[in-house]
Design a binder for this molecule. Sequence first.
Ligand code: WT7
Length: 676
Amino acid sequence: MGEQKIMETTEAQIAVHWQEEGYFNPSSKFIGQANLTDPEIFERFSLDNFPDCFTEYAEMLTWYKYWDEVLDTSDAPCWKWFKGGEINASYNCIDRHLKENKNKTAIHFVPELEEERIEHITYQELYVRVNEFAALLRDFAGLKRGDRVTIHMPMSTELPITMLACARLGVIHSVVFGGFSASACADRIVDSNSRVLITMDAYYRSGKLLNHKINADEAVAIAAKAGQVVDKVLVWQRYPGKYSSETPMVDGRDCFVNDVVKNYYGTRIEPEKMLSEEPLFLMYTSGTTGKPKGAQHSTGGYLSYVTAMSKYIQDIHPTDVYWCMADIGWITGHSFIVYGPLALCASTVIYEGVPTYPDAGRSWRIAQELDVNIFHTAPTAIRALRKIGPDEPAKYKYHFKHMTTVGEPIEPEVWKWYQSEVGKGEAVIVDTWWQTETGGFLCSTVPAINPMKPGSAGPGVPGIHPIILDDNGDEITQPGIAGNICIRNPWPGIMQTVWGDRQRFVDTYYARYCKNPESKDWRDWPYVAGDAATRSGDGYYRILGRIDDVINVSGHRLGTKEIESAALMVKEVAEAAVVPVAHEIKGKEPDLYIALKPGVEPTDEIAKKISDAVCDQIGKIAKPRKVWLVPDMPKTRSGKIMRRVLGAISNKGDVGNVMTLANPEVVETIKKMVDR
Ligand code: WT7
């Protein structure tokens, strides 16, 4: 069976104890300028109008040829959107803006070192650089429509230039997060059969210039062992004209882009007229099993969807300065740093480094200097900024009209700090729930229409019709009862398939609730997101986390997030992570890991206070086995708390390879504490 079966599945009915919060309303100032204020949008996008309603999104783009069919379901569940239409993503993100806006900033690049000036790249300059690099890709690297290319680059202007040059030629890009190891990069090179790797020599992180080129050499060697030959490595330079890595260039294989591109100065490349359903890119994501899957995203459907989401949910206008603090190496960066904002002719900010370098005020200085008015980040970053610099935002004169949170459930306490301190009480907030697989948002409030509710993502966005199913496939209609959240209908941003593995795609996302695998009717194919969720009476969805993040204590199911949220109500607490520990009688017990705010002494009193708070908020049933006051949480380089590692420590299991963590040393410290 599919991967969903391997997970610990949810039971039919799950009690959720996380209390409902009150509403926050958008200001009339925000509503007065918003792109989407007409509540009839939900009617226009009702299932009665499916799939034709989605042409409203496609019409935000410029097509060479309109589609013959809005949705072709003949290969269900591999949907083809806007079939027969012809379009180019690079044209839509650049060329079409030149007539009116060539002199406008497309990209603000912020180097990590504060003494280096911010670079401002106009749409005209982006056009010139994308064309020249596309010429290099075609004529020097021999790439053509349909080929795959692996890109292992840090946050830089050259990364979107590279992606858009690929898109111009119809070359399918596969961007690997820059912080991923050489071996992760190699796996993706092999799976996508890339013979060209594009990299950069070095980049700054936490004040250090890191040697990045070395990863390319290792990745190429590992891929070769697995039978995939990379014959060209294209190396961008962090400082053009100067090599910032000690790793030697390999003769005949490696070249400096900055040198070779000179041969293509002045060259212009006609954008390829891509079929809407041809792939734009692959984005690898991990599943329950070890091998990452390449989520294959289409050109016309994906671009229509992210453009509409950027306009309606992110409320991006061409006059906005938009900063999404994610990495372009993740789907959030693809959709909401590169494709969405550029398709709308906004100015998008790319920051090279960490938000807290050299101090907790850095993010707000950047916002102030560039006069950013839309800000987008993840709860993990919000918690970190709240932990180390709770009073910093007030020191800077920036004003956000709109803020986003994405990636994990946000505790109401943290949401409220984001609203009052970072947003200065002025900004609307959207809590956007979605996935690598979905291309764009699934649930969120429409910021000028639906009020905000801390801790809830909101209703399905226009055109998305969620449903909560129990393990038998029956709909759960009672408010507050958790089950598996699914989407009833296809939408243009959904991935097309797992690259090279259609069966895995079907098994992972559709097999669980599809009653007839032969069916060509989309109604038979609910999309299984793999998250547990509840719906409240007002139709807002609360995401509880991955299906396997739910802890069953004596038959009561508790979302780990509920317990963490309760712990965060204690004012000394900076971060909280809950993991299940096996227990003879109860089945599972929650173990609670806590990082305290700076300057707070870890004492038994505080541990007790936290434990009591959990019992008070949720009930005795949620009482942690133990509250561990740790110096720091083990984290991935993208900042996610590694609950898997904490779980292994709590259960005296093998923590596995932790060398890829941002702070591997903390694992030993915690282990000693728990093993004692
Ligand atoms: C998983 C997808 C695409 C966004 C970046 C992460 C969790 C995502 C939320 C949210 C609660 C969320 C889900 C989802 N998630 N957004 N607003 N509230 N949980 O993409 O790495 O593909 O992860 O992140 O569990 O399934 P991803």
